[in-house]
Design a protein around this ligand. Structure first.
Ligand SMILES: Cc1cc2nc3c(=O)[nH]c(=O)nc-3n(C[C@H](O)[C@H](O)[C@H](O)COP(=O)(O)O)c2cc1C
Ligand code: SF4
Ligand code: SF4
Length: 252
């Protein structure tokens, strides 16, 4: 069985993952790491399974919630493809960290990729990516990865960096514009950490929020937004590192 295991609050990671899995035409089982009510400790794979595990890059690391959930999986020798999707700034330690977690879970990491998607906080960085060139490349890589998996050799090492980059909590949370909110609860269901109150979606628990941008991207009424001053500061901080186009990378 081919498993797509993804954590994709704003959808970019999922898009890249789908292109990288396109060479496998059979039906794929989806495991959504955002789903806070799933029992991740009950997933047991076998050596015949292939798992594509894709996460976004948060501050150069695997988002901590995704890391916790991936650690619950039991690989039992299944082949894994590790994917880190980033917003054209840097992917830092994410691939190394993801691969280590997967190996500790008992997966064989056969291939890895760092790919680029539109920045989920500041959409002017990597706008529209993955674009047509990315899509062509990711589909070609999917064929190469499939061939690599048939060889049974594990992936080459990734650029190492130890200790891992420090995790900085982002003391920011999106807010709700009450005049636009329809109180539909869509954002509540999509929040990976249960930070938005079900009975009152205009309230968010700042301590639980990981600033993943999931609620902002899914709200059908654009009622969830980041404060303009905070956004302006973030854009300024990212400007130098994000401006120049970066390219996807494949490790076989
Ligand atoms: C909290 C947070 C931290 C981020 N940190 C980085 C980063 O370190 N480097 C980078 O290039 N992009 C960073 N991004 C951008 C995301 O990695 C990128 O937009 C990714 O495609 C988001 O995946 P998604 O669309 O599946 O949610 C960050 C985004 C968020 C929300
Ligand atoms: S998804 Fe948007 S409209 Fe619906 S409850 Fe959340 S903020 Fe309100
Ligand atoms: S409230 Fe925070 S953690 Fe929940 S979806 Fe929104 S940004 Fe993500």
């Amino acid at each position: 069985m081919f498993y797509m295991i993804t954590f994709s609050p704003a959808g970019g990671t999922k898009r890249c993952a789908n292109y990288l899995a396109s060479a496998w035409t059979e039906r794929k089982k989806q495991i959504d790491l955002i789903n806070r009510v799933d029992h991740f400790d009950e997933y047991e794979f076998t050596a015949d399974d292939i798992c594509l595990v894709a996460v976004p890059v948060f501050s150069g690391r695997v988002p901590s919630v995704a890391a916790e959930r991936i650690k619950m999986l039991r690989g039992n020798g299944a082949k894994a493809i590790a994917v880190a999707v980033y917003g054209n700034q840097l992917y830092g330690d994410t691939l190394l960290e993801l691969s280590e977690i997967l190996r500790n879970d008992g997966f064989r990491v056969m291939a890895a990729a760092a790919t680029i998607a539109q920045h989920s906080v500041a959409g002017e960085f990597a706008p529209g990516r993955p674009d047509a060139d990315d899509i062509r490349q990711l589909k070609e890589w999917s064929v190469q990865i499939k061939q690599k998996l048939e060889s049974h050799e594990e992936a080459e090492a990734f650029p190492p960096s130890r200790p891992y980059r420090e995790v900085h909590d982002t003391p920011v949370t999106p807010r709700t514009d009450r005049s636009l909110c329809a109180y539909c609860g869509v954002c509540v269901s999509r929040c990976p950490t249960d930070a938005i109150l079900r009975e009152n979606p205009d309230q968010t628990d700042v301590d639980k929020c990981i600033f993943c941008m999931g609620c902002v991207s899914i709200c059908p009424r654009e009622a969830r937004t980041v404060e303009p001053e905070i956004l302006a500061k973030a854009k300024l901080a990212l400007q130098d590192e994000c401006a120049e186009r970066k390219e996807n990378e494949l490790f076989l």
